[in-house]
Design a protein around this ligand. Structure first.
Ligand SMILES: Nc1ncnc2c1ncn2[C@@H]1O[C@H](COP(=O)(O)OS(=O)(=O)O)[C@@H](OP(=O)(O)O)[C@H]1O
Ligand SMILES: Nc1ncnc2c1ncn2[C@@H]1O[C@H](COP(=O)(O)OP(=O)(O)O)[C@@H](O)[C@H]1O
Length: 175
């Protein structure tokens, strides 16, 4: 029996089909590619290219994109620090399930805080590849495909990453 968080008296249920069986069936090893960077740095573009490239090679992948996940699972979350932390925690847990299922899970989120990314890495020993889109703020702001930097500079969006909210570059990424 284990006690975790607010759930008590819960028991881990084993499954007859395990990670190794799934690995054999799919002929691939599940993992998480975690793409972090400023808005406009190219996270979604890279996630899509990678997913397509894997598909053409017969590898099963799935993209968890911050914008998309915020339309459903995380629609209750905003952009204050604790909401971003919860956003990353939930996506980390979902990514862990996908990796356990045998997929190459590509998570594409700003994920601005180092401690939150490190917590996800800790959940996935040997299966977490952190990719930093190391683009200067000025370039992202010049691209501004959604017009959000313009709104943030005009004070119409508060707490925008890189403008008036922090982005902590990774210290231990894989690229
Ligand atoms: N305040 C603020 N700061 C940053 N980004 C904002 C904000 N408000 C809305 N958006 C839009 O939300 C997208 C980022 O969502 P994420 O879930 O990746 O953010 S986070 O990881 O929780 O920080 C981000 O998408 P990308 O441009 O693809 O990064 C923006 O379109
Ligand atoms: N390698 C690249 N070179 C030039 N432009 C790019 C590159 N990657 C992405 N872009 C462009 O930058 C903009 C932001 O890319 P996007 O993938 O939406 O970023 P993010 O998901 O980080 O917000 C888009 O207009 C996209 O076409």
């Amino acid at each position: 029996m284990s006690t975790m968080g607010n759930s008590t008296n819960i028991f881990w249920q084993e499954s007859p089909v395990g990670k190794l069986e799934r690995r054999k069936l799919l002929n691939q090893k599940g993992c998480v590619v975690w793409i972090t960077g400023l808005s406009g740095s190219g996270k979604s573009t890279l996630a899509c290219s990678l997913s397509w490239e894997l598909h053409t090679r017969g590898k099963l992948s799935y993209i968890l994109d911050g914008d998309n996940v915020r339309h459903g699972l995380n629609k209750d979350l905003g952009f204050k620090a604790e909401d971003r932390t919860e956003n990353i925690r939930r996506v980390g847990e979902v990514a862990k399930l996908f990796a356990d299922a045998g997929l190459i899970c590509i998570a594409s989120l700003i994920s601005p805080y180092g401690k939150d990314r490190d917590a996800c890495r800790a959940m996935l020993p040997d299966a977490f590849i952190e990719v930093f889109m190391n683009m200067p703020l000025a370039l992202c702001e010049e691209r501004d495909p959604k017009g959000l930097y313009k709104l943030a500079r005009a004070g119409k969006i508060k707490g925008f990453t890189g403008i008036d909210d922090p982005y902590e570059p990774p210290l231990n990424c894989e690229n």
